[in-house]
Write a protein that binds this ligand. Structure first.
Ligand code: ATP
Ligand code: MG
Ligand code: MG
Ligand code: MG
Length: 476
């Protein structure tokens, strides 16, 4: 089943069951606590919080999502992209657990001929929150789901909140067993690649108070209404329905892998490391196109920096695969070719998207040239002094003057047998941000203070940019 058909069936199924179809919101979150939209519920947050009245008590959507914290997983697991589409159905004080569980079951297991996704019920597993007998009973008694394929997990996996006071509640997740080829048996509690999570049903029922992030907090009481928020990964379901091993091998992504192999001469499936690079290129090009499509432009701050690093990482991985010249025009063409049907604005806006992406590629290729000279000198000096560690201020200089992502510096230094003083680099980055923050305060510009995201990245000690995307919603 093609991705476009999965989407059509989703919206039709819920529309026929009284849901109003809402188009995807922009990836640029209309929410000061988020840079980008990481989940389908984000545009509806005011309805869940009771700050605004929903247009109808039941809504459904297929929302574009970007999760930058998942960047580490991209290409390495079979199921994570920085860009993906989340199919959702939402109830605001309308149906609750007893309504959503049978609906989910019906859509997944109804035959393809009868409008469903036709999944084999024997291959499905379910998790519920530790003490959520109510959900477990609905699964067994109303749906007839076998108790031995229901697992109970704790806060981290099966309890949803936004990490701050507000709505919260247990959730129930649905997994598909891809078989022994993907490793040991035992259900989603033991193997998350074999039992791939496809759908999360959140029962938004309580009000949480202060506490520690998402895993330890006080529950203040019931919300005025019981709500439902669900999210199914469209690309993950496509992976299952199309019988491919990896999320990037589905209909809307494979053409990008093919183009990257054509441009580099590297064969997909020949070598694990180059396969990871090919999938990173594919994911990051899709994310870049979707971000530029929604009006993000590359820069050194906020969303612009997310885009810059993702696009540059795509180009860098193409170079690792052996490309020497520009590649973005060809890759972008294929992304628009496969996404344009669902997002026609990509086609009407093609010229602008191309111009933004090509300018960034050109700037990066120039930076690699310019930065390489600085790096070579620094490496020679370090070695001449008998050192094995490139100083943090050199990495900072490369970042500041040539926009070198730290991971690029790390890699190029490693090729010359040196490590990099990452702590020193991060200290200088922080000092620069603190200065910028003080300047901004002095000017009283009134812009949202996004520095919290950067502090997360600074303290995470991570060389990739985990933490820039959001402080919420990336995992539930
Ligand atoms: P996982 O445990 O596999 O990382 P998650 O629990 O973080 O997934 P949720 O926050 O529950 O995911 O999001 C709802 C659904 O969105 C998931 O069940 C999955 O189908 C899909 N999804 C989540 N993250 C990604 C991603 N990075 N790429 C593709 N699909 C995703
Ligand atoms: Mg999960
Ligand atoms: Mg996750
Ligand atoms: Mg989940």
């Amino acid at each position: 089943m093609e991705s476009a058909e999965i989407r059509r069936r989703w919206l039709r199924f819920f529309e026929e069951r009284g849901h109003t179809v809402v188009p995807s919101a922009s990836l640029i979150a209309d929410d000061p606590t988020l840079l980008l939209v990481p989940a389908g519920m984000v545009p509806f947050k005011p309805y869940f919080l009771g700050e605004a009245k929903p247009p109808a008590p039941r809504l459904t959507s297929v929302q574009k999502c970007v999760r930058t914290p998942d960047i580490e997983e991209v290409g390495k697991t079979t199921r994570h992209g920085t860009f993906f589409q989340m199919c959702g159905n939402f109830s605001f004080g309308d149906y609750f657990k007893e309504g959503v569980i049978p609906l989910a079951w019906e859509l997944l297991t109804t035959s393809v001929a009868d409008g469903g996704y036709g999944l084999d019920p024997e291959k499905l597993w379910v998790t519920v929150y530790l003490d959520d007998d109510e959900a477990a009973d609905i699964w067994t008694d109303k749906v007839g789901f076998p108790a031995e394929r229901i697992q109970r997990l704790g806060m981290k996996e099966n309890y949803w909140s936004m990490g701050v006071p507000g709505p919260c509640g247990p959730c129930s997740e649905i997994f598909y067993d891809r078989g022994p080829e993907f490793g040991e048996a035992g259900g989603p509690a033991v193997n998350d690649e074999r039992y791939v999570e496809i759908w999360n049903l959140v029962f938004m029922q309580y009000e949480r108070g202060e506490g520690e992030g998402k895993e330890s907090f006080e529950i203040l009481g019931d919300l005025p209404s019981k709500n439902i928020d669900t999210g199914l990964g469209l690309e993950r379901l496509a992976m299952v329905l199309q019988g491919v091993h990896n999320m990037f091998e589905i209909d809307t992504s494979m053409a990008v892998i093919d183009k990257a192999t054509e441009l580099t001469g590297v064969r997909y499936g020949a070598d694990p490391a180059s396969d990871v690079s090919l999938r990173i290129v594919t994911d990051h090009m899709r994310t870049s196109v979707m971000l530029i499509g929604d009006g993000v432009t590359p820069g050194n701050e906020g969303r612009g920096y997310v885009l810059r690093r993702i696009l540059r990482r795509a180009v860098r991985n193409m170079r690792l695969l052996g490309a020497t010249g520009p590649v973005v025009a060809d890759l972008l063409d294929v992304v628009i070719g496969s996404m344009g049907e669902q997002y026609p604005e990509l086609i009407t806006d093609r010229k602008r998207i191309e111009a933004v992406a090509l300018a960034e590629e050109a700037a990066f290729l120039k930076a690699i040239k310019g930065g390489t000279n600085i790096l070579d000198t620094a490496v020679t000096d370090t070695k001449a002094a008998g050192g094995t560690v490139l100083a943090g201020d050199k990495a900072f200089l490369l970042h500041d003057t040539w926009g070198f992502p730290i991971d690029l510096t790390l890699e190029m230094a490693a090729e010359q047998g040196l490590s990099v003083d990452e702590d020193g680099f991060r200290r200088l980055m922080k000092e620069q941000r603190d200065r910028a923050k003080a300047d901004a305060k002095a000017k009283k510009t009134g812009h949202a203070d996004l520095s919290a995201y950067r502090e997360v990245a600074d303290t995470s000690g991570n060389t990739e940019f985990t933490g820039y995307g959001s402080t919420e919603g990336e995992s539930r």
